[in-house]
Design a protein around this ligand. Structure first.
Ligand code: ADP
Length: 488
């Protein structure tokens, strides 16, 4: 057995291909420079070694079959004397920088026998290309495809309408529920058909809130209407969440849109009912109040002190009751868009004094302190602003210990007047702070204290109708400050 000549060896070593030259008994005669580079070995390390001594299986890969497969291919070549091309083969190479470790490698090896002039096998050329990068890229693509399929399957399974959009609003995906609801095609969605589904009066708010969410890189949540295939607008809860890349920029929006039409209709029935009941209760209560007042004036001269006291209390209670009923009536007026703001100029300090006096008259258990109030005049709906202040005061009384102090403050800041009510009470936890201005929202731990969760909702609506702002600052266990502003 002569093996290749020195010249051929030289040629093979310098050819730009990845070659390994094996003797018929599978010892390494030489390797091309490209082979050494691809396997991160040197000629000295491998020449003269048996191929599987130089290149063992990666012991950390339990199902490594490189040795077995290469061996099978070589045996086939030895048996048949014909070239053999293998399928893509994972065959990790030892990492010279970390002894004992291996580097992942994929190859497409082929073995070619070379015979001498006597027809005897002289040597075998193993030709292989390092196709690791393509294989790994392929694997990632496959994984992505599978996860994409998975996502679509999931998105079609949930009852919500799911969409993806680019930062510029271009829709890149909608699930089946969107297509069914609108009877649009995906192409129509992509060509900004989405915007034709919005309720015209809501487009401005939606666009603004989405722009704010994009600026803050925060999710946006909005109850809004979408047109269905029959042209009806139905209520949905729409949540748009930004997906950020590594540098914190928005790469896409994921939208989840759930129909809440039934809830809205139930809600509407509930408010209609509340409105109707309150309206019906108001008539008898008004006559009761009138009768009590006549009675009171007739019996003023009565000798019986009990009677006079009882009538006072009866009057106070009917007053409380009519305030409650008015609250409910206002809710249903608000809901049907019938709340009317009647602006008149009035002195802020006068209004504050009136409200505080009323509290003092009713015999409050707290110390109310009025700070810093000048002669500011606002143009606003006085009874409604009074009811906001009165509501904040009655909350301060309800949610703070007897005998503690309540501060009412008023100051002009820029072109606004800012009123505040500060108590030394139980405070409000951050997660509740965001929600107490919602209709019927009450903090769970205080439900033993009487209330309906409409005071702050009504107050916020009234202030918003005046183009003012209302908010709360609070420390749990220390107290709360409610603020509202009115434009001057
Ligand atoms: P209500 O007092 O009738 O429950 P509101 O709308 O006035 O309804 O208030 C909503 C909730 O906010 C209350 O249930 C209460 O838990 C909380 N809250 C309001 N004001 C205060 C306050 N000053 N201190 C602590 N919690 C408050």
């Amino acid at each position: 057995m002569k093996g290749p000549s020195a010249e051929i060896l030289k040629a093979l070593e310098t050819a730009p291909n990845i070659y390994l030259i094996l003797s018929p008994d599978l010892y390494i005669i030489t390797a091309s420079n490209a082979y050494l580079e691809a396997t991160e070995t040197t000629r000295e390390m491998i020449v003269g070694k048996h191929i599987f001594e130089a290149f063992p299986d990666n012991p950390e890969l339990p199902d490594a079959d490189g040795v077995q497969n290469i061996n099978a291919s070589l045996q086939e070549v030895l048996r048949t004397g014909k070239p053999h091309k293998m399928r893509i083969q994972r065959y990790d190479v030892p990492d010279i920088r970390q002894p004992g470790k291996f580097i992942t490698r994929y190859w497409d090896p082929s073995h070619t026998p070379v015979f001498d002039e006597n027809g005897e096998l002289s040597y075998i050329i193993q030709l292989a290309n390092n196709i690791t990068e393509q294989v790994l890229a392929d694997k990632i693509r496959q994984k992505l495809e599978i996860s994409e399929r998975h996502f679509r399957l999931l998105a079609d399974l949930v009852p919500a309408k799911i969409s993806n959009a680019r930062p510029n609003g271009e829709v890149t995906y909608v699930n089946q529920q969107w297509l069914d609801y609108t009877q649009l095609s995906f192409e129509e969605f992509r060509n900004f058909g989405y915007h034709q589904l919005l309720y015209p009066d809501e487009i401005k708010e939606f666009t603004e809130r989405l722009a704010n969410a994009a600026r803050d890189k925060q999710p946006m949540e909005m109850e809004m209407r979408y047109k269905n295939a029959a042209g009806e607008y139905r209520w949905h809860l729409n949540i748009a969440s930004p997906v950020l890349d590594d540098s914190g920029e928005i790469t896409m929006w994921v939208g989840s849109t759930t129909e809440i039409q039934r809830l809205k209709e139930d809600d509407q029935r509930k408010s209609d009912f509340i409105g109707m009941v309150s309206h019906e209760l108001k008539t008898p209560l008004t006559s009761l109040t009138a009768i009590l007042q006549v009675l009171q004036s007739k019996l003023r001269k009565s000798e019986d002190s009990y009677v006079a006291g009882a009538l006072d209390k009866a009057n106070q209670q009917t007053k409380k009751m009519s305030q409650l009923i008015n609250g409910f009536l206002n809710i249903s007026r608000l809901e049907s868009g019938k709340i009317l703001i009647e602006r008149q100029p009035f002195l802020i300090s006068g209004m504050i004094h009136e409200v505080i006096d009323e509290f003092s008259l009713a015999g409050t258990s707290h110390i109310i302190e009025l700070q810093n109030c000048g002669k500011t005049v606002v143009r606003a709906d006085q009874p409604k602003i009074s009811s906001v202040l009165s509501n904040l005061l009655s909350n301060a009384v309800k949610y703070s210990p007897k005998g503690s102090k309540i501060f009412v403050n008023c100051e002009v800041i820029g072109n606004e007047v800012q009123l505040s009510v500060t108590d030394e009470g139980i405070g409000i936890r951050p997660e509740d702070r965001e929600r107490i201005f919602e209709r019927f929202y009450r903090v769970k731990s205080n439900t033993h204290i009487s209330g309906f969760g409409i005071g702050l909702y009504l107050s916020a609506e009234i202030i918003q109708h005046h183009q003012g702002r209302i908010w709360v600052e609070s420390q749990t266990g220390k107290g709360s400050s409610f603020y509202f502003t009115l434009p001057l």
